[in-house]
Design a protein around this ligand. Structure first.
Ligand code: IPM
Ligand code: MG
Length: 370
C-alpha cells in the first residue's frame, strides 16, 4: 500500500491551535510507523483574507486529490456580514458538495469521566453511545429555487427548497443500515412525514430498503420534533439515527451537548467508494471556530484528535491506532485533566480536576499514547 495523503485545513478561530495538536500527534504516529504524508492550506476566513475567496480552486483540487481531508473550523465575526458566496461557511458547503460527501457520521459518546459535565443527570447519559447519520449534500441546504425576491407589492420573500430524490435517500440509508448492523442493529429514521412530502418519500424509501436488504435489523421511524424531545428525555434509547441535512444539523447539536461538551465530538463525512475502494472523506470536529477563546490556548483539542482517530479508522485502515488514540483521550480525562470547557460548574466537583491548556491536554494524551 502506498502512503496515504492527508490535507489539513485549519481554517479560522481555534482551528489553528487544534490543528497544531493534530500535527503533533500525526508526527508521533508517523514515527511509530503510520504510512502517511500531509500538507496544509488556508480555508474559510483565512483564505478569504489571503486570496479573496473562502475556498480557492487550488485548495479544492488538492482536497479532491487527497485521501482524506481534516478540517479545523471556519467562520468568525470578522466575516459575518458578507454575501453568502464569500462567507467562510461556504467553503465547507462547497467542499461537501464537490467531494460528494453525502453521509455525515456524528457519534455522540459520553466518556465515563465526563458524565458530570452534561446538562442532564448523569444516570441519563452515562454509557451513552449513539451515532447520528446525517445526509449532507441534499435537502434544504442545496435545494433550488432559493433566494430573496421582492414581490410586486414591494414586500420581500425568502425562499429555500427541501428536496430529496430516491437515490439521495437510499445511498445514505444504506450506510446507516450498514453501521447499525455493526452496532446494536437498531436504526431510527427521522423526518417530518406528518407535514412534508419529502419526509413521506424519505420514510417510504427507507422502509423499502429495509424490506429489501436489512430485514434482520430493527427499523423504526420518528418525527424530528419528537426525536429532539426523546434525545433530552431518554437518549440511551437510541443507537443509530438516520436523518436529513437540516434535522441532522439540529439533532447533532442536541446530541453533542448531552455528552458534556461540544469540544469532545468528532465527525466524518464520506462519499461513494473510489475505484481504489477508499471513500473520499472529510473529518472535522463538530464544534465551531469559537472566536471568543481563539489564540489563548483554551481550546479543547479532543474533538480534533478524535476526528483524526476516525480518519485512521475510515481512511487509513488503522483501527488499531484509532483505538489507541481514543483510549489515550479517555485515559487523560480519567486522570482528571480538563480544558476549561470541561470543568464542571460546581467547585466541589472540580476539586479533583486539573485544568489544562490546549497544548498541556495534548501533552497528556501523547503520554498516554505511549
Ligand atoms: C455543521 C455546521 C455547518 C452546517 C455550518 C457551519 C455551515 O453547523 O457542520 O453542523 O450547518 O452544516
Ligand atoms: Mg451544525
Amino acid at each position: 500500500m502506498t502512503a496515504r495523503h492527508l490535507l489539513l485545513l485549519a481554517g479560522d478561530g481555534i482551528g489553528a491551535e487544534t490543528m497544531a495538536q493534530v500535527e503533533r500527534v500525526l508526527t508521533v504516529l508517523r514515527n511509530a510507523g503510520l504510512d502517511t504524508t500531509w500538507d496544509s492550506a488556508p480555508l474559510g476566513g483565512a483564505s478569504l483574507d489571503l486570496h479573496g475567496t473562502p475556498l480557492t480552486a487550488e485548495t479544492l483540487a488538492r482536497a479532491k486529490q487527497a485521501d482524506a481531508v481534516l478540517l479545523g473550523a471556519v467562520g468568525g465575526p470578522k466575516w459575518e456580514n458578507l454575501d453568502f458566496a464569500l462567507r467562510p461557511e461556504q467553503a465547507l458547503l462547497t467542499l461537501r458538495k464537490e467531494l460528494g460527501l453525502f453521509a455525515n457520521l456524528r457519534p455522540a459518546i459520553c466518556f465515563p469521566a465526563l458524565a458530570e459535565s452534561s446538562s442532564l443527570r448523569s444516570e441519563l447519559i452515562s454509557g451513552l453511545d449513539l451515532l447520528i447519520v446525517r445526509e449532507l449534500t441534499g435537502g434544504v441546504y442545496f435545494g433550488e429555487p432559493r433566494g430573496i425576491e421582492t414581490l410586486a407589492s414591494g414586500e420581500r420573500r425568502g425562499v429555500n427548497t427541501q428536496t430529496y430524490t430516491t437515490s439521495e435517500i437510499l445511498r445514505v440509508a444504506e450506510i446507516a443500515f450498514t453501521l447499525a448492523a455493526e452496532r446494536s442493529g437498531k436504526l431510527v429514521s427521522v423526518e417530518k412525514s406528518n407535514v412534508m412530502e419529502s419526509g413521506v418519500l424519505w420514510r417510504e424509501e427507507v422502509t423499502a430498503l429495509h424490506q429489501k436488504n436489512w430485514q434482520t435489523l430493527s427499523l423504526s421511524h420518528m418525527y424530528a420534533d419528537n426525536c429532539a424531545m426523546q434525545l433530552v428525555r431518554a437518549p440511551k434509547q437510541f443507537d443509530v439515527i438516520l436523518t436529513d441535512n437540516l434535522f441532522g444539523d439540529l439533532l447533532s447539536d442536541v446530541a453533542a451537548m448531552l455528552t458534556g461538551s461540544l469540544g469532545m465530538l468528532p465527525s466524518a463525512s464520506l462519499g461513494d467508494r473510489r475505484p481504489d475502494g477508499l471513500r473520499p472523506a472529510l473529518y472535522e470536529p463538530v464544534h465551531g471556530s469559537a472566536p471568543d477563546i481563539a489564540g489563548k490556548s483554551l481550546a479543547n483539542p479532543c474533538a480534533s484528535l478524535l476526528s483524526l482517530a476516525m480518519a485512521l479508522r475510515w481512511s487509513f485502515a488503522r483501527p488499531d491506532l484509532a483505538e489507541a488514540l481514543e483510549s489515550a483521550v479517555e485515559e487523560t480525562l480519567a486522570q482528571g485533566f480538563r480544558t476549561p470547557d470541561l470543568m464542571t460548574t460546581t467547585r466541589e466537583s472540580n476539586n479533583h480536576l486539573r485544568q489544562a491548556s490546549t497544548t498541556e491536554m495534548t501533552d497528556k494524551i501523547l503520554d498516554n499514547l505511549g
